[in-house]
Design a protein around this ligand. Structure first.
Ligand code: HXC
Length: 422
Protein backbone atom coordinates (compact mmCIF):
# COMPACT_ATOMS: atom_id res chain seq x y z
CA UNK A 1 0.00 0.00 0.00
CA UNK A 2 1.36 3.43 -0.93
CA UNK A 3 1.52 6.25 1.60
CA UNK A 4 -1.52 8.00 0.13
CA UNK A 5 -3.55 4.82 0.24
CA UNK A 6 -2.41 4.15 3.78
CA UNK A 7 -3.55 7.54 4.96
CA UNK A 8 -6.93 7.16 3.21
CA UNK A 9 -7.29 3.75 4.85
CA UNK A 10 -6.44 5.25 8.25
CA UNK A 11 -8.98 8.05 7.79
CA UNK A 12 -11.66 5.55 6.80
CA UNK A 13 -10.95 3.38 9.80
CA UNK A 14 -11.13 6.39 12.10
CA UNK A 15 -14.39 7.53 10.50
CA UNK A 16 -15.93 4.08 10.96
CA UNK A 17 -14.76 3.84 14.56
CA UNK A 18 -16.30 7.22 15.36
CA UNK A 19 -19.71 5.97 14.18
CA UNK A 20 -19.92 3.57 17.14
CA UNK A 21 -22.55 0.85 16.73
CA UNK A 22 -24.25 2.57 13.77
CA UNK A 23 -27.42 4.55 13.22
CA UNK A 24 -29.92 1.83 14.24
CA UNK A 25 -28.28 1.14 17.58
CA UNK A 26 -27.86 4.87 18.25
CA UNK A 27 -31.56 5.42 17.48
CA UNK A 28 -32.46 2.71 20.00
CA UNK A 29 -30.24 4.37 22.60
CA UNK A 30 -31.87 7.77 21.99
CA UNK A 31 -35.39 6.35 22.04
CA UNK A 32 -34.98 5.50 25.72
CA UNK A 33 -33.67 8.97 26.57
CA UNK A 34 -29.97 8.09 26.66
CA UNK A 35 -27.08 10.05 25.17
CA UNK A 36 -24.36 8.19 23.28
CA UNK A 37 -21.06 7.46 25.03
CA UNK A 38 -19.21 10.12 23.04
CA UNK A 39 -21.93 12.72 23.64
CA UNK A 40 -21.71 12.03 27.36
CA UNK A 41 -17.97 12.67 27.48
CA UNK A 42 -18.28 15.85 25.41
CA UNK A 43 -21.13 17.15 27.59
CA UNK A 44 -19.37 16.42 30.87
CA UNK A 45 -15.90 17.72 30.04
CA UNK A 46 -14.82 21.28 29.22
CA UNK A 47 -15.48 22.16 25.56
CA UNK A 48 -12.95 20.76 23.08
CA UNK A 49 -10.77 19.34 25.84
CA UNK A 50 -11.27 15.61 25.18
CA UNK A 51 -8.36 13.66 23.68
CA UNK A 52 -9.35 10.16 22.75
CA UNK A 53 -6.95 7.22 23.17
CA UNK A 54 -7.00 3.92 21.34
CA UNK A 55 -9.82 4.78 18.96
CA UNK A 56 -8.78 1.99 16.61
CA UNK A 57 -8.52 -0.82 19.13
CA UNK A 58 -10.54 -3.87 18.15
CA UNK A 59 -11.22 -7.17 19.85
CA UNK A 60 -9.04 -10.21 19.19
CA UNK A 61 -11.63 -12.89 19.98
CA UNK A 62 -12.25 -15.70 17.49
CA UNK A 63 -14.75 -18.10 19.09
CA UNK A 64 -18.51 -17.98 18.49
CA UNK A 65 -17.98 -16.18 15.14
CA UNK A 66 -16.41 -13.23 16.88
CA UNK A 67 -13.77 -13.12 14.10
CA UNK A 68 -16.57 -11.99 11.76
CA UNK A 69 -17.67 -9.14 14.03
CA UNK A 70 -16.44 -5.56 13.86
CA UNK A 71 -16.84 -3.82 17.22
CA UNK A 72 -15.65 -0.20 16.88
CA UNK A 73 -13.29 0.78 19.70
CA UNK A 74 -14.29 -2.55 21.27
CA UNK A 75 -17.28 -0.81 22.86
CA UNK A 76 -15.56 1.71 25.07
CA UNK A 77 -14.25 5.23 24.60
CA UNK A 78 -11.26 6.32 26.70
CA UNK A 79 -9.12 9.41 26.99
CA UNK A 80 -8.17 12.52 28.91
CA UNK A 81 -9.79 15.93 29.18
CA UNK A 82 -10.46 18.84 31.47
CA UNK A 83 -13.18 19.06 34.08
CA UNK A 84 -13.62 22.65 35.19
CA UNK A 85 -10.12 23.42 33.94
CA UNK A 86 -8.42 20.46 35.66
CA UNK A 87 -7.16 17.29 33.96
CA UNK A 88 -9.06 14.02 34.38
CA UNK A 89 -8.99 10.57 32.81
CA UNK A 90 -12.28 9.19 31.60
CA UNK A 91 -13.91 6.20 29.96
CA UNK A 92 -17.44 5.65 28.70
CA UNK A 93 -18.86 2.29 27.69
CA UNK A 94 -20.67 2.41 24.36
CA UNK A 95 -23.90 0.39 24.61
CA UNK A 96 -24.41 0.71 20.85
CA UNK A 97 -21.44 -1.64 20.32
CA UNK A 98 -22.30 -5.18 21.49
CA UNK A 99 -24.25 -3.72 24.40
CA UNK A 100 -21.08 -2.14 25.82
CA UNK A 101 -20.12 -5.65 26.92
CA UNK A 102 -16.67 -6.06 28.39
CA UNK A 103 -14.22 -8.20 26.45
CA UNK A 104 -10.47 -8.45 26.97
CA UNK A 105 -9.47 -5.48 24.74
CA UNK A 106 -12.32 -3.37 26.14
CA UNK A 107 -10.91 -4.07 29.61
CA UNK A 108 -7.36 -3.31 28.46
CA UNK A 109 -8.47 0.12 27.24
CA UNK A 110 -10.05 0.82 30.64
CA UNK A 111 -7.07 -0.44 32.66
CA UNK A 112 -4.69 1.58 30.49
CA UNK A 113 -6.55 4.82 31.22
CA UNK A 114 -6.77 3.88 34.91
CA UNK A 115 -2.99 3.36 34.99
CA UNK A 116 -2.58 6.71 33.29
CA UNK A 117 -4.80 8.39 35.91
CA UNK A 118 -2.71 6.85 38.69
CA UNK A 119 0.53 7.96 37.03
CA UNK A 120 -0.74 11.52 36.54
CA UNK A 121 -2.51 11.48 39.93
CA UNK A 122 -5.74 12.81 38.46
CA UNK A 123 -9.33 11.61 39.01
CA UNK A 124 -10.73 8.75 36.96
CA UNK A 125 -14.34 8.98 35.79
CA UNK A 126 -16.05 5.82 34.54
CA UNK A 127 -19.34 6.01 32.67
CA UNK A 128 -20.98 2.58 32.85
CA UNK A 129 -23.52 1.44 30.26
CA UNK A 130 -22.98 -2.25 29.66
CA UNK A 131 -24.52 -5.70 29.53
CA UNK A 132 -21.57 -6.94 31.62
CA UNK A 133 -19.04 -9.63 30.80
CA UNK A 134 -18.95 -10.32 27.04
CA UNK A 135 -20.37 -13.80 26.98
CA UNK A 136 -18.47 -14.86 23.86
CA UNK A 137 -15.12 -14.10 25.50
CA UNK A 138 -15.78 -16.17 28.60
CA UNK A 139 -13.02 -16.21 31.16
CA UNK A 140 -11.08 -13.45 29.37
CA UNK A 141 -13.95 -11.08 30.20
CA UNK A 142 -13.78 -12.12 33.83
CA UNK A 143 -10.01 -11.60 33.80
CA UNK A 144 -10.66 -8.09 32.48
CA UNK A 145 -12.92 -7.32 35.42
CA UNK A 146 -10.30 -8.65 37.83
CA UNK A 147 -7.71 -6.26 36.36
CA UNK A 148 -10.14 -3.34 36.79
CA UNK A 149 -11.06 -4.24 40.38
CA UNK A 150 -7.39 -4.56 41.29
CA UNK A 151 -6.68 -1.06 39.96
CA UNK A 152 -9.79 0.35 41.71
CA UNK A 153 -8.24 -0.88 44.92
CA UNK A 154 -4.78 0.53 44.13
CA UNK A 155 -6.33 3.89 43.29
CA UNK A 156 -8.51 3.99 46.39
CA UNK A 157 -7.50 6.87 48.62
CA UNK A 158 -4.92 8.06 46.07
CA UNK A 159 -7.05 9.61 43.32
CA UNK A 160 -10.79 10.30 43.35
CA UNK A 161 -12.76 7.62 41.50
CA UNK A 162 -16.15 8.60 40.16
CA UNK A 163 -18.65 6.13 38.68
CA UNK A 164 -21.59 7.21 36.60
CA UNK A 165 -24.21 4.55 35.91
CA UNK A 166 -25.99 5.48 32.69
CA UNK A 167 -27.55 2.21 31.60
CA UNK A 168 -27.33 -1.36 32.75
CA UNK A 169 -24.48 -2.35 35.06
CA UNK A 170 -25.07 -6.04 35.62
CA UNK A 171 -23.41 -9.03 37.21
CA UNK A 172 -19.94 -8.68 38.63
CA UNK A 173 -19.62 -5.41 36.68
CA UNK A 174 -21.28 -3.68 39.62
CA UNK A 175 -18.19 -4.23 41.76
CA UNK A 176 -16.04 -1.66 40.01
CA UNK A 177 -18.46 1.19 40.90
CA UNK A 178 -18.83 -0.31 44.37
CA UNK A 179 -15.06 0.00 44.85
CA UNK A 180 -15.04 3.66 43.80
CA UNK A 181 -15.69 6.77 45.88
CA UNK A 182 -18.86 8.24 44.40
CA UNK A 183 -21.62 6.59 42.36
CA UNK A 184 -24.05 8.73 40.35
CA UNK A 185 -27.37 7.36 39.06
CA UNK A 186 -30.18 8.71 36.89
CA UNK A 187 -33.91 8.02 37.13
CA UNK A 188 -35.19 5.44 34.63
CA UNK A 189 -31.73 5.05 33.04
CA UNK A 190 -29.50 3.42 35.67
CA UNK A 191 -29.94 -0.28 36.48
CA UNK A 192 -27.56 -2.12 38.80
CA UNK A 193 -27.88 -5.70 39.98
CA UNK A 194 -25.86 -8.87 40.41
CA UNK A 195 -28.59 -11.13 39.07
CA UNK A 196 -31.41 -9.72 36.97
CA UNK A 197 -35.18 -10.25 37.20
CA UNK A 198 -35.13 -13.26 34.83
CA UNK A 199 -32.61 -15.21 36.89
CA UNK A 200 -34.42 -14.32 40.11
CA UNK A 201 -37.69 -15.55 38.64
CA UNK A 202 -36.16 -18.80 37.41
CA UNK A 203 -34.25 -19.60 40.58
CA UNK A 204 -36.55 -18.26 43.27
CA UNK A 205 -39.88 -17.77 41.55
CA UNK A 206 -39.93 -14.12 42.64
CA UNK A 207 -41.15 -11.53 40.14
CA UNK A 208 -39.79 -8.02 40.13
CA UNK A 209 -39.22 -5.33 37.50
CA UNK A 210 -35.72 -4.15 36.65
CA UNK A 211 -36.52 -0.69 38.05
CA UNK A 212 -37.83 -2.04 41.34
CA UNK A 213 -34.87 -4.40 41.65
CA UNK A 214 -31.99 -2.11 40.81
CA UNK A 215 -33.22 1.28 39.58
CA UNK A 216 -31.78 4.64 40.59
CA UNK A 217 -34.18 5.30 43.43
CA UNK A 218 -33.63 1.86 44.99
CA UNK A 219 -29.86 2.37 45.08
CA UNK A 220 -30.19 5.84 46.60
CA UNK A 221 -32.88 5.06 49.18
CA UNK A 222 -32.63 1.38 50.04
CA UNK A 223 -29.27 -0.21 49.25
CA UNK A 224 -27.04 2.83 49.72
CA UNK A 225 -24.99 1.76 46.68
CA UNK A 226 -25.37 5.14 44.99
CA UNK A 227 -24.48 8.57 46.35
CA UNK A 228 -26.25 10.96 43.98
CA UNK A 229 -29.67 10.81 42.35
CA UNK A 230 -30.50 12.82 39.23
CA UNK A 231 -33.57 13.14 37.05
CA UNK A 232 -31.59 13.49 33.82
CA UNK A 233 -28.11 12.93 32.46
CA UNK A 234 -27.60 16.72 32.27
CA UNK A 235 -28.47 17.11 35.96
CA UNK A 236 -26.11 14.26 36.78
CA UNK A 237 -23.22 15.98 34.95
CA UNK A 238 -23.85 19.21 36.82
CA UNK A 239 -23.76 17.26 40.13
CA UNK A 240 -20.37 15.80 39.15
CA UNK A 241 -19.07 19.32 38.51
CA UNK A 242 -20.34 20.48 41.91
CA UNK A 243 -18.60 17.57 43.61
CA UNK A 244 -15.39 18.34 41.72
CA UNK A 245 -15.38 21.88 43.13
CA UNK A 246 -15.01 20.50 46.69
CA UNK A 247 -12.46 17.69 46.37
CA UNK A 248 -8.70 17.69 45.80
CA UNK A 249 -7.41 16.08 42.60
CA UNK A 250 -5.29 13.55 44.50
CA UNK A 251 -4.19 12.65 48.01
CA UNK A 252 -1.19 14.98 48.02
CA UNK A 253 -3.04 18.01 46.67
CA UNK A 254 -5.34 20.40 48.51
CA UNK A 255 -8.93 21.13 47.54
CA UNK A 256 -9.23 24.44 45.75
CA UNK A 257 -9.61 27.46 48.06
CA UNK A 258 -12.49 29.80 47.30
CA UNK A 259 -12.88 33.40 48.51
CA UNK A 260 -14.36 33.50 52.04
CA UNK A 261 -18.09 34.15 52.18
CA UNK A 262 -20.20 34.72 55.28
CA UNK A 263 -23.15 32.41 55.94
CA UNK A 264 -26.60 33.84 55.21
CA UNK A 265 -27.33 34.37 58.88
CA UNK A 266 -30.55 36.23 58.30
CA UNK A 267 -32.02 33.15 56.61
CA UNK A 268 -30.24 30.58 58.81
CA UNK A 269 -30.29 31.84 62.38
CA UNK A 270 -29.28 29.27 65.02
CA UNK A 271 -31.81 30.66 67.52
CA UNK A 272 -34.61 30.07 65.04
CA UNK A 273 -33.36 26.66 63.91
CA UNK A 274 -32.71 24.85 67.21
CA UNK A 275 -35.54 24.36 69.67
CA UNK A 276 -34.51 24.69 73.33
CA UNK A 277 -36.41 21.51 74.23
CA UNK A 278 -33.97 18.66 73.53
CA UNK A 279 -36.84 16.41 72.41
CA UNK A 280 -38.02 18.72 69.62
CA UNK A 281 -36.72 17.88 66.13
CA UNK A 282 -35.13 20.28 63.64
CA UNK A 283 -33.29 19.97 60.33
CA UNK A 284 -29.56 19.75 61.05
CA UNK A 285 -28.85 20.81 57.46
CA UNK A 286 -30.02 24.27 58.47
CA UNK A 287 -27.36 24.32 61.19
CA UNK A 288 -24.72 23.37 58.61
CA UNK A 289 -25.97 26.17 56.37
CA UNK A 290 -25.87 28.58 59.30
CA UNK A 291 -22.12 28.05 59.67
CA UNK A 292 -20.92 27.30 56.12
CA UNK A 293 -19.61 29.87 53.67
CA UNK A 294 -22.48 31.35 51.68
CA UNK A 295 -24.71 28.77 53.43
CA UNK A 296 -23.71 26.19 50.82
CA UNK A 297 -23.95 22.52 51.67
CA UNK A 298 -23.32 19.77 49.12
CA UNK A 299 -25.07 16.76 50.57
CA UNK A 300 -23.99 13.18 49.80
CA UNK A 301 -26.31 10.13 50.06
CA UNK A 302 -29.21 12.45 50.80
CA UNK A 303 -31.84 9.71 50.52
CA UNK A 304 -30.12 6.90 52.42
CA UNK A 305 -29.89 6.48 56.22
CA UNK A 306 -31.29 9.95 56.68
CA UNK A 307 -30.68 9.85 60.43
CA UNK A 308 -27.14 10.94 59.65
CA UNK A 309 -26.20 13.74 57.25
CA UNK A 310 -22.87 13.85 55.39
CA UNK A 311 -21.48 16.20 52.80
CA UNK A 312 -19.13 19.02 51.93
CA UNK A 313 -19.21 22.71 52.71
CA UNK A 314 -16.59 25.43 53.11
CA UNK A 315 -15.31 27.29 56.13
CA UNK A 316 -13.24 30.40 55.31
CA UNK A 317 -13.08 29.24 51.69
CA UNK A 318 -11.69 25.77 52.53
CA UNK A 319 -13.49 22.46 52.05
CA UNK A 320 -14.64 20.61 55.16
CA UNK A 321 -16.57 17.35 55.51
CA UNK A 322 -19.64 17.48 57.74
CA UNK A 323 -21.00 14.52 59.67
CA UNK A 324 -24.17 15.37 61.60
CA UNK A 325 -26.91 13.53 63.45
CA UNK A 326 -30.30 14.41 61.99
CA UNK A 327 -32.86 14.89 64.82
CA UNK A 328 -35.59 15.18 62.18
CA UNK A 329 -35.22 11.51 61.20
CA UNK A 330 -35.44 8.67 63.78
CA UNK A 331 -34.37 11.30 66.32
CA UNK A 332 -30.86 11.12 64.83
CA UNK A 333 -30.04 7.69 66.34
CA UNK A 334 -27.03 5.70 65.19
CA UNK A 335 -27.78 2.37 63.52
CA UNK A 336 -26.29 -0.05 61.01
CA UNK A 337 -26.79 2.06 57.89
CA UNK A 338 -25.91 5.43 59.39
CA UNK A 339 -22.68 3.98 60.84
CA UNK A 340 -21.74 2.58 57.43
CA UNK A 341 -22.62 5.79 55.63
CA UNK A 342 -20.62 8.03 57.97
CA UNK A 343 -17.62 5.70 58.28
CA UNK A 344 -17.05 5.52 54.53
CA UNK A 345 -17.27 9.29 54.21
CA UNK A 346 -14.88 9.89 57.12
CA UNK A 347 -12.34 7.57 55.50
CA UNK A 348 -12.66 9.46 52.21
CA UNK A 349 -12.06 12.79 53.96
CA UNK A 350 -9.11 11.35 55.84
CA UNK A 351 -7.55 10.02 52.62
CA UNK A 352 -7.91 13.34 50.85
CA UNK A 353 -6.90 15.67 53.66
CA UNK A 354 -10.34 17.18 54.20
CA UNK A 355 -10.95 18.36 57.81
CA UNK A 356 -13.98 16.90 59.58
CA UNK A 357 -16.64 18.84 61.42
CA UNK A 358 -18.96 16.62 63.49
CA UNK A 359 -22.27 18.00 64.75
CA UNK A 360 -23.65 15.88 67.58
CA UNK A 361 -27.24 15.66 68.78
CA UNK A 362 -28.35 12.08 69.39
CA UNK A 363 -30.16 9.94 71.91
CA UNK A 364 -27.79 6.97 71.35
CA UNK A 365 -27.85 3.75 69.33
CA UNK A 366 -31.12 2.38 67.97
CA UNK A 367 -32.08 -0.56 70.22
CA UNK A 368 -33.77 -3.72 68.90
CA UNK A 369 -33.41 -7.29 67.70
CA UNK A 370 -33.39 -6.16 64.05
CA UNK A 371 -30.38 -3.94 64.60
CA UNK A 372 -28.50 -6.50 66.66
CA UNK A 373 -29.10 -9.18 64.05
CA UNK A 374 -28.26 -6.82 61.19
CA UNK A 375 -24.80 -6.47 62.73
CA UNK A 376 -24.89 -3.16 64.54
CA UNK A 377 -21.76 -4.27 66.43
CA UNK A 378 -19.83 -4.95 63.22
CA UNK A 379 -21.09 -1.85 61.39
CA UNK A 380 -20.90 0.40 64.43
CA UNK A 381 -17.25 -0.58 64.82
CA UNK A 382 -16.53 0.92 61.39
CA UNK A 383 -17.52 4.35 62.66
CA UNK A 384 -15.26 4.06 65.72
CA UNK A 385 -12.41 2.88 63.52
CA UNK A 386 -12.87 5.61 60.92
CA UNK A 387 -12.87 8.43 63.46
CA UNK A 388 -10.01 6.93 65.46
CA UNK A 389 -7.70 6.45 62.50
CA UNK A 390 -8.47 9.81 60.86
CA UNK A 391 -5.51 12.17 61.14
CA UNK A 392 -7.13 15.19 59.50
CA UNK A 393 -8.22 18.07 61.79
CA UNK A 394 -11.33 16.94 63.69
CA UNK A 395 -13.68 19.39 65.32
CA UNK A 396 -16.73 18.20 67.25
CA UNK A 397 -19.65 20.33 68.36
CA UNK A 398 -22.11 18.82 70.85
CA UNK A 399 -25.23 20.82 70.08
CA UNK A 400 -27.78 19.50 72.59
CA UNK A 401 -27.33 15.90 73.66
CA UNK A 402 -24.77 13.10 73.24
CA UNK A 403 -26.02 10.10 75.18
CA UNK A 404 -24.75 6.57 75.73
CA UNK A 405 -22.41 4.90 73.26
CA UNK A 406 -23.32 7.56 70.71
CA UNK A 407 -21.37 10.09 72.76
CA UNK A 408 -18.16 8.14 72.23
CA UNK A 409 -18.83 7.23 68.58
CA UNK A 410 -19.52 10.74 67.30
CA UNK A 411 -15.87 11.84 67.27
CA UNK A 412 -15.52 12.31 71.00
CA UNK A 413 -12.37 13.58 72.68
CA UNK A 414 -11.47 9.92 73.32
CA UNK A 415 -11.42 9.12 69.60
CA UNK A 416 -8.99 12.04 69.33
CA UNK A 417 -11.12 14.95 68.25
CA UNK A 418 -8.78 17.94 68.25
CA UNK A 419 -11.37 20.27 69.75
CA UNK A 420 -14.75 19.50 71.29
CA UNK A 421 -17.20 22.35 71.73
CA UNK A 422 -20.31 21.99 73.88
C1 HXC B 1 -22.35 -10.05 24.72
C2 HXC B 1 -24.15 -8.64 24.83
C3 HXC B 1 -24.13 -8.68 26.25
C4 HXC B 1 -23.13 -9.51 26.87
C5 HXC B 1 -25.75 -7.39 25.65
N1 HXC B 1 -25.16 -7.83 24.51
N2 HXC B 1 -25.13 -7.93 26.72
N3 HXC B 1 -23.26 -9.30 24.08
N4 HXC B 1 -22.26 -10.16 26.07
N5 HXC B 1 -23.05 -9.60 28.18
C6 HXC B 1 -25.54 -7.48 23.13
C7 HXC B 1 -26.86 -8.12 22.74
O1 HXC B 1 -26.64 -9.42 22.29
C8 HXC B 1 -27.28 -7.18 21.62
O2 HXC B 1 -26.51 -7.50 20.48
C9 HXC B 1 -26.81 -5.83 22.10
O3 HXC B 1 -25.80 -6.09 23.06
C10 HXC B 1 -27.89 -5.02 22.77
O4 HXC B 1 -28.49 -5.82 23.77
P1 HXC B 1 -30.09 -5.97 23.89
O5 HXC B 1 -30.33 -7.19 24.68
O6 HXC B 1 -30.72 -5.88 22.53
O7 HXC B 1 -30.44 -4.67 24.71
P2 HXC B 1 -31.58 -4.46 25.79
O8 HXC B 1 -32.86 -5.06 25.31
O9 HXC B 1 -31.56 -3.02 26.11
O10 HXC B 1 -31.10 -5.30 27.07
C11 HXC B 1 -29.96 -4.93 27.78
C12 HXC B 1 -29.58 -6.01 28.80
C13 HXC B 1 -29.50 -7.38 28.11
C14 HXC B 1 -30.62 -6.06 29.93
C15 HXC B 1 -28.24 -5.61 29.43
O11 HXC B 1 -28.70 -7.25 26.94
C16 HXC B 1 -28.91 -8.44 28.96
O12 HXC B 1 -29.56 -9.01 29.82
N6 HXC B 1 -27.60 -8.75 28.69
C17 HXC B 1 -26.91 -9.82 29.39
C18 HXC B 1 -26.62 -9.46 30.81
C19 HXC B 1 -25.75 -10.47 31.44
O13 HXC B 1 -26.20 -11.58 31.80
N7 HXC B 1 -24.45 -10.16 31.51
C20 HXC B 1 -23.45 -11.02 32.05
C21 HXC B 1 -23.38 -10.75 33.53
S1 HXC B 1 -22.19 -11.74 34.28
P3 HXC B 1 -27.07 -7.38 19.00
O14 HXC B 1 -25.97 -7.92 18.17
O15 HXC B 1 -28.33 -8.16 18.97
O16 HXC B 1 -27.32 -5.90 18.80
C22 HXC B 1 -20.94 -10.70 34.54
C23 HXC B 1 -19.86 -11.34 35.32
C24 HXC B 1 -18.74 -10.41 35.66
O17 HXC B 1 -20.93 -9.58 34.18
C25 HXC B 1 -18.02 -11.02 36.86
C26 HXC B 1 -16.93 -10.17 37.38
C27 HXC B 1 -16.49 -10.66 38.74
Amino acid sequence: MGLKQKSTDLRNRMRNALKGGGDKAIEKQKAIGKLTARERIIKLLDPKSFHEYDLLVEHAAKDFDMNKKYLPGDGVITGTGLLMGHPVCIYAQDFTVAGGSLGWMHAKKITKIMDHALKLKVPIIGINDSGGARIQEGVNSLAGYGEIFFRNTLASGVIPQISVILGPCAGGAVYSPALTDFVFVVENISKMFITGPEVIKTVLGEEISMEALGGARVHCETTGNAHFYAESEEQCFSQIKSLASYIPWNNSAKAKNYPKKSPKTRQYKIDNIMPGDAKQPYDVRDVIKAISDDSNFFEIMELFAQNIVIGFGRLDGKTVGYVANQPMYLAGVLDVDSSDKAARFIRYCDSFDIPLVTLVDLPGYLPGVDQEHAGVIRHGAKLLYAYSEATVPKITLIMRKAYGGGYIAMCSHHLRADFVFA
